[in-house]
Design a protein around this ligand. Structure first.
Ligand code: ANZ
Ligand code: ZN
Length: 823
């Protein structure tokens, strides 16, 4: 019988669907296991990265099920976002239509790969029954003071007259019309993730099942820093500006101050001054620089004098106040004290604008001169030029100076985080509308929960110009105030799609609930996710936002767990000829092509065998062929052996050496696959199955069919199929049926290795005479060199070969060889 993968795969996919084979309900009797892969954006077609991600997840889910767990393994669609809108602008297809047809296509492709999803739990974030609860989430955060509105800058294309997402700005230019992108001040919605900064940082320690690399990235992003705030008086005024510094010990070395150009005080400070015009020109220029450019270390530090002076509270010295591109409004206080001798940015700035460089910390035992410095000295040392703090180590001085500042009420200790509040407003159509109404009488009013969802209107125009399509849709905008009934207007911003994906793993636990996003008991049963699998590109934002949502929902009393993902696996990229597979490089291998040529099982097997999951994987056509040939080899073996299988129990004492060898290979493979799968080393698990198949062929080729040990062959074939099943479920299911095995493979328990079979009581050693291999024999692996020599010399062939010669010496290598040197 030929291995007809197409027919087989279609047959089993249909069967699993009809049987609803992977549907799961809560079951208090069984331990639960929640296996989750990051859900895809429905861009149109699956790519190899998806195939890899979902193949890994499928092995995990199928293994765990066989190991007795009640497994939740769901799939859905991260289906809001910009590409749908771009397609609408380009081709006139409505975003919903584009999205649903992409989803249909990709669902078909996922099913064609035979993944064990519980399709009854499928979700799509762009469906009203889902985004209703994304809006509910917004309202919970709003009620708890964690959603607020403030002015913030957006990218603005002056010629398209539209807001641009960061990814639409390419090298500072509009992606579409190529004109220079500017900034515009807009009122926008934020989630106060900064309230959770410390907890998000502390709880990283609980994530023992996460890669260290990802944990470090999260900690870095949260960016906790300790320092002090210090108040500087504006000369000739009774107003103060507060700076945030991590180095209060350098305060005697301050030679100027800098303020972010966007700082709200700037206007008042420069108004009417001779420097005003220059300042306004500078502010305009900085607005065109993106934050990324501004914060890059190699971007030139530029600034302008404001005409104002400040008073250093420690020295009473008068120092100039500048605006500069390297100071940001939204970090610390937006004002910085410039210490050129000890901070590199300040050093560069001082050199450019001829500001004094004053050393206040000397490296121990040295005497640096500021005129000779070529870079800032940022390390530890001994204080000088610092009044009563001279001679102290700078560490001690830092503590004493903060204490002094607190006593004099000119400053205080302060912890800062680099983490910013999460800007969730998007001036876009294809997202979840923010459930807020503006009433001329009541102000900002939340849409009552029972009025959710705030539906996206369908008859909107996409011109790519002007405000967002929602704000130009009067049927949407005009409404009545939920509080007083007066005519009112809806918020027209939609939510960042990261909001939708910050709670989807909870929705899977109760996907059809129309009253609540999920039932607490169900979520508590399934959560947290035991194994999360996805790309490392989500190591920061998505994972941090999901952790934030989980903690907030915990605090509001909706779930017990505080961390969403117990274990995380970040899979490597799929490369072709050393570079990432991508349309722009033109090196894409399409999953559909591979499936058509070799079948889904081959695609899965190749991708799991080619590299360990965390590593990058190089696509290799020959290796795909290899995977296909291996499956054919398995097919032939089972097909040929099927007539010799029996239902008789295996009598372990009936085995001869050859049979013991085969049984050893079978149980060694069970042991190895079990251990390897537990640590996601699927490539080595598969190699050990390959070794088992080799052992089966060796047995088959060296044994007459009449002498086949059927009970042993039955054990071998059964275990081979069961071990293959999580990797290549279709061929395994078919072979299970062909070979007449009992029961459903989907319900089969994971096999246990028989340790007795692994006890080797004899190993083969070679006998060399004067270095030439002359004979092989079986011997106990525990045999001593003396025993080895004795056994070798009692061998007839050896005796014949050394007859009449004298033995000079015997070299024995236990379990391997013995070399007899004769003259
Ligand atoms: C004086 C000083 C002297 C500083 C020195 C550093 C070294 P981290 O560690 O990232 O928290 N800073 C403060 N607010 C800023 C802002 N809004 N934009 C740009 N820079 C800002 O960095 C804190 C340090 O970054 C602060 O300490 C401040 O410069 C600067 F030898 O103050 B420091
Ligand atoms: Zn009202």
């Amino acid at each position: 019988m030929r291995y007809d993968f197409k027919e087989i795969e279609e047959k089993w996919q249909k069967k699993w669907e009809e049987e609803n084979a992977f549907h799961m309900e809560e079951d208090a009797e069984k331990p639960k296991y929640y296996a989750l892969e990051m859900f895809p954006y429905p861009s149109g077609n699956l790519h190899m990265g998806h195939v890899r991600n979902y193949s890994i997840g499928d092995v995990v889910a199928r293994c765990k099920k066989m190991q007795g767990y009640n497994v939740l393994h769901p799939m859905g669609w991260d289906s809001f976002g910009l590409p749908a809108e771009n397609a609408a602008i380009k081709h006139g297809t409505p975003p919903a239509e584009w999205t649903w047809s992409n989803i249909d296509n990709m669902r078909r492709q996922l099913k064609r790969l035979g993944f064990s999803y519980d399709w009854e739990r499928e979700i799509a974030t762009a469906k009203p029954d889902y985004y209703k609860f994304t809006q509910w989430m917004f309202l919970q955060l709003y009620k708890h003071g964690l959603a607020y509105k403030k002015k913030s800058y957006v990218n603005w294309c002056p010629s398209c007259q539209t807001v641009l997402a960061n990814e639409q700005v390419v090298n500072g230019k509009c992606e579409r019309c190529k004109s220079e992108v500017g900034k515009k001040d807009l009122e926008q919605w934020f989630f106060k993730i900064t309230d959770y900064a410390q907890r998000l940082l502390d709880d990283i320690d609980k994530l023992s099942g996460w890669p260290d690399k990802v944990k470090a990235m999260q900690a870095n992003w949260i960016g906790r820093s300790e320092g002090a705030e210090m108040k500087f008086q504006i000369a000739g005024s009774d107003q103060f500006l507060t700076v945030y510094t991590t180095r209060p010990d350098t305060i005697f070395g301050v030679s100027y101050m800098v303020m972010a150009p966007e700082h709200p005080m700037v206007d008042q400070l420069i108004s009417g001054k001779p420097e005003e015009e220059a300042c306004r020109a500078f502010i305009k220029k900085v607005q065109t620089q993106s934050e990324i450019v501004r914060s890059a270390t190699d971007t030139e530090k530029e600034g302008v004098f404001t005409g104002c002076y400040m008073i250093n509270p420690f020295t009473e010295e008068k120092i100039p106040l500048y605006l500069a591109n390297y100071v940001f409004l939204d970090y610390g206080t937006g004002v910085v004290m410039g210490v050129p001798a000890h901070d590199q940015r300040d050093f560069d700035f001082a050199k450019k604008y001829h500001l004094p460089i004053r050393i206040v910390i000397q490296p121990e035992g040295q005497n640096m001169k500021s005129e000779e410095m070529t870079e800032a000295f940022a390390a530890e040392g001994i204080m000088e030029n610092s009044g009563c703090f001279n001679g102290l180590s700078n560490r001690d001085a830092l503590k004493k100076m903060i204490a002094y500042a607190e006593e004099k009420r000119i400053g205080q200790k302060k912890v800062n985080f680099r983490l910013r509040d999460w800007l969730i407003s998007r001036q876009r159509y294809w997202g979840a509308p923010i459930p807020i109404v503006y009433c001329p009488h009541c102000g900002t009013v939340e849409v009552p929960e029972e009025q959710l969802p705030v539906l996206l209107p369908e008859n909107v125009k996409f011109t790519g110009q002007g405000k967002s399509p929602l704000s130009e849709c009067p049927e949407f905008v005009n409404t009545v105030c939920p509080k007083c009934g007066a005519p009112a207007q809806r918020e027209t911003d939609t939510m960042d799609t990261f909001v939708c994906s910050s709670w989807y793993f909870l929705r899977y636990t109760d996907p059809h609930n129309d009253k609540m996003p999920f039932d607490k008991a169900k979520a508590d049963y399934w959560m947290n996710v035991d194994q999360y699998i996805g790309g490392v590109e989500h190591a920061i934002l998505h994972l941090l936002y999901a952790r934030f949502f989980t903690k907030a929902l915990h605090d509001f009393g909706y779930i017990d767990c505080e961390e969403p993902f117990a274990n995380l696996l970040t899979q490597g990229m799929v490369l072709k000829d050393g570079s990432k597979m991508s349309k722009s490089v033109g090196n894409v291998v399409s999953p559909e092509e591979i499936i058509a040529k070799y079948g889904a099982d081959t695609a899965r097997l190749f991708i799991l065998f080619a590299a360990p999951p965390e590593r990058d994987l190089d696509w290799n056509d020959t290796a795909v062929e290899g995977a296909y040939r291996f499956l054919n080899r398995v097919w032939r073996a089972v097909d040929e052996l099927t007539p010799y299988l029996s239902e008789e129990p295996l009598d372990k004492n009936s085995l001869n050496e050859k049979e013991k060898k085969l049984r050893f290979a079978v149980h060694a493979s069970i042991k190895k696959v079990t251990e390897d799968c537990a640590r996601f080393s699927f490539n080595t698990a598969i190699s050990s199955i390959m070794e088992m198949v080799n052992a089966l062929y060796v047995y088959k080729e060296n044994t007459k069919t009449a002498e086949y040990h059927s009970a042993l062959l039955t054990e071998a074939v059964e275990n081979l199929i069961v071990l293959l099943y999580p990797f290549v479920p279709h061929i395994a299911s078919e072979l299970w049926e062909i070979s007449g095995r009992e029961g459903k493979l989907t319900e089969r328990a994971w096999p246990q290795a028989d340790m007795e079979a692994l006890q080797v009581n004899e190993v083969e050693i070679v006998i060399q005479i004067n270095g030439k291999i002359r004979e092989k024999m079986m011997i106990s692996p525990e045999a001593s060199p003396e025993q080895m020599k004795e056994t070798a010399l009692s061998n007839e062939k050896v005796q014949a070969l050394i007859a009449g010669k004298s033995i000079v010496k015997c070299i024995a290598v236990p379990k391997k060889l013995i070399n007899i040197v004769v003259k």
